[in-house]
Design a protein around this ligand. Structure first.
Ligand SMILES: [Zn+2]
Length: 167
């Protein structure tokens, strides 16, 4: 039996957490008190955890990586089993989600496509600039390239080429 330093109640050893630094190998206050304390200081604990993470980020990430490496096979097996077991449920869920979020999904797709097209434009233009064209010329070339793709190659694009000194 051991008396808790917080609530003063005498309790059996099992009611105390283990603490190797203590003479009797037990935490000074009982589990119930410890839990209460933790609850009351949740915010502070979270803050501390965050600070600890920030200060030891590199090490923690490295450690996680090593752990994942060491347990790769186990993770893969687990993922596979999980996937198999939840395949049907997942499919059903996805279907429901798609059906009830049709509008949002369409909007998101549109936005994604617009961004994707912009990204491709930027890549194309950057490559042309690297080849010695000015940004303006590269932009015109991109426009022509796209109109060609759409089958809209016409007199305007020839004029543009001419004005850009590319024809
Ligand atoms: Zn206690």
């Amino acid at each position: 039996m051991k008396r808790c330093t917080k609530c003063g109640i005498e309790k059996v050893a099992g009611e105390f957490s283990k603490d190797k630094s203590k003479k009797d190998g037990l935490y000074s206050c009982c589990k119930a008190c410890k839990k209460l304390y933790k609850e009351a200081n949740k915010e502070r604990y979270r803050e501390q955890g965050k600070l600890y993470y920030e200060a030891n980020k590199e090490q923690i990430l490295e450690w996680h990586k090593l752990y994942r490496e060491a347990n790769k096979e186990r993770y893969r097996e687990h993922d596979k089993l999980y996937y198999e077991a939840n395949k049907e449920r997942k499919r059903e869920q996805n279907k429901l989600y798609r059906e009830s979020n049709k509008e949002q999904i369409r909007e998101r797709k549109k936005l994604y496509n617009a961004n994707d097209s912009r990204r491709r434009d930027e890549r194309y233009i950057a490559a042309r600039i690297k080849n010695g064209y000015t940004r303006e010329e590269a932009t015109i070339l991109r426009g022509i390239y796209k109109s060609t793709k759409r089958g809209e190659q016409n007199r305007d694009t020839c004029d543009q080429l001419f004005m850009a000194g590319l024809l």
